[in-house]
Design a protein. Structure first.
Length: 593
């Protein structure tokens, strides 16, 4: 059913009508002024500068002097209508009136009745008001941020109007759009269901709202929120107005949110959110399994009653610290008892929910019980092995030395020497492990900071030169090379140099180069010895050993771990023609203030 019509002219409060009265004849001017008592009459002091007006009454004597001004005023106001009513006397010939310029819209022959005058004036004012309304609506549509289209209801619903926002949204020129049906925006992945819904609504002459994927001129897809409304004439819809908005960001955010929700729900770690009162608002299946209850049962429950007082208290302290330090997240570690009654150690990342005021937190927990227990056991094993093994090896060395000195049997002395050599190697292995102990934790950065690499290289080269008189060691270093490196850097460099001399020929040459690049400091240790076996090099490059592939010591492993803990890299390759090249790369940094 068509909507009820409302006159556009009643929409706005326009204020009084300003009438420019430019009539020289005193009798006509007084008569017209009397009949304009309901309007604001303006008469300029000079015809050189006409005032603003809604309608102009001008006689034939004045018109020629302001004809150009009136023409400019009408052109500048377009599309608003500026009516000009020409007042003529009864004695003016009819043919003269017919040849008046186009700037005149109506002719009023004086004298005339009040009814005729008001009818002529009212007609012109209605046209002006309608033109003002239409100009306002056109400007509003042209400047709207939402794409607006007007299509004819006839034939194939060709577009008759599109605003700038629609042109910008689609990438087409206006000339490429007008006259076409809006389906030209559809493409290979456009869902036919909303297209059919729009078509059927248009056929019924009804409004419709859909969302569908359209395509810009360059082929880029975008999601379009389309609202179509019919414009009724006396006999039914004459046009359809479309409001189109690019909602690609919203659709992609919703899609990403659904994906994130699926990831969270499928995660094996407990993930949950708490409101400002620390009550559950959302949680995944892993959280529900930890608590032994269904997710909907936990919603609204206080975290203290579900995960325990200790965990709740730690969360409260973490939230206070976040607020005091104005940091987005922190990590706590607490003990939570599971459904089997066993205490499990959980590490929980706590992040504030984005809001102007505290609105709750999001928590991601991970069961680190096995990791912590393994760490404890490795710590005990490390201490026992390093302490007890060292003590036992010293006893072995003492006994071997006694046997070798007390026996004259050459076979016994040879065997004792072999035992002594192996025991010494084991002792050196333990000493190396003790010296590099701080590099074992891959997450530890406590011993990483700005270090000038040059003096450490110089010291290692100097010591090696004194210890290996038969070989040659050289260094190429700049004045300084500040890098972010582990405090065991010098130990690592010493290990590389000693390794080169130990496994090289008697006259091996070792070269240590330090190069400062834009973002890194590179230390290269090169030797011309026999080179490293391929198997050992492959194992070090891979970063792990196996039963079939392994190295013969710990030294190069510790060097590698030191570089990684420094957020750098470790690379090992063959030298040309013989030997080995070990390259350590560290992040470049500024010296401490």
């Amino acid at each position: 059913m068509p909507p009820t019509y409302h006159p556009l002219t009643a929409t706005f409060d326009r204020g009084p009508v300003r009438v420019a009265l430019l009539v020289e004849n005193d009798e006509d001017r007084e008569l017209l002024a009397d009949r304009l008592e309901d309007h604001e009459v303006v008469t300029p002091a000079s015809l050189a500068d006409l005032p603003q007006f809604d309608v102009c009454l001008v006689d034939t004597a004045t018109y020629p002097r302001i004809e150009d001004q009136l023409a400019r005023r009408k052109a500048d106001a377009d599309p608003k209508f500026v009516p000009v009513l020409l007042v003529v006397g009864a004695a003016v010939p009819e043919h003269a009136v017919q040849t008046l310029p186009e700037a005149v819209d109506e002719v009023l022959v004086m004298p005339t009745s009040k009814a005729v005058f008001r009818g002529r004036l009212g007609s012109l004012l209605r046209i002006r008001r309608q033109s003002e309304d239409l100009a306002l609506f056109r400007r509003a549509m042209d400047d709207a941020l939402t794409g607006i289209t007007i299509a004819s209801a006839r034939d194939d619903q060709p577009l008759r109007y599109v605003n700038d926002a629609f042109v910008e949204m689609t990438g087409y020129d206006r000339s490429e759009i007008l006259g076409r049906n809006c389906r030209f925006l559809q493409g290979p992945d456009t869902d036919p269901d909303p297209v059919r819904e729009m078509r059927e609504a248009i056929e019924r002459g009804e409004g419709v709202t859909v969302e569908l994927q359209n395509y810009r001129k360059d082929g880029t897809p975008f999601w379009n929120h389309v609202e179509i409304a019919p414009v009724y004439g006396r006999s039914g819809p004459t046009h359809f107005v479309g409001f189109q908005q690019d909602i690609t960001d919203r659709v992609e955010r919703a899609r990403n949110l659904r994906q994130h929700e699926q990831i969270v729900r499928a995660a094996s770690d407990p993930i949950y959110s708490l409101d400002a009162d620390l009550r559950f608002t959302l949680l995944n299946e892993a959280t529900a399994e930890l608590c032994g209850r269904a997710p909907d049962e936990l919603t609204g429950e206080h975290v203290r009653s579900v995960l325990g007082r200790t965990h709740a208290a730690a969360l409260s302290r973490a939230i206070l610290n976040l607020a005091a330090e104005d940091t987005p997240q922190t990590t706590i570690e607490t003990t939570i008892r599971n459904t089997e009654g066993r205490d499990r150690r959980f590490q929980t990342a706590v992040a504030m929910r984005p809001a102007s005021e505290f609105d709750g937190v999001v928590c991601v927990s991970r069961d680190v019980t096995s990791h912590r227990e393994r760490g404890y056991r490795l710590s005990v094993l490390d201490r026992v092995l390093r302490h007890n093994l060292r003590n036992k090896l010293h006893v072995v060395l003492a006994q071997v030395e006694f046997i070798r000195e007390a026996s004259d049997d050459e076979v016994v002395r040879t065997s004792a020497a072999a035992i002594e050599r192996v025991a010494a190697e084991l002792l050196d292995l333990g000493d190396t492990a003790r010296e590099f102990h701080d590099t074992l934790d891959p997450n530890s950065t406590d011993h990483v900071g700005p270090i000038d690499v040059v003096p450490h290289v110089d010291h290692v080269v100097e010591e090696a030169g004194l210890s290996h008189a038969n070989g040659t060691i050289l260094a190429n270093t700049p004045e300084e090379a500040w890098a972010r490196a582990h405090s065991s850097l010098e130990l690592a460099l010493g290990e590389l140099v000693e390794n080169a001399f130990e496994y090289g020929h008697p006259c091996v040459t070792v070269v240590v180069d330090v190069t400062v690049e834009s973002d890194t400091v590179v230390v290269t240790v090169t030797d011309d010895g026999p080179g490293m076996p391929d198997e050992e090099r492959e194992v070090l490059a891979a970063g792990m050993e196996s039963d079939l592939k392994h190295t013969s010591g710990l030294g190069l492993w510790f060097v590698r771990w030191m570089a990684i803990n420094s957020e750098g890299s470790f690379d090992i390759r063959d030298n040309d023609p013989t030997g080995t090249v070990v390259e350590l790369t560290f992040p470049r940094t500024e010296p401490p203030a």
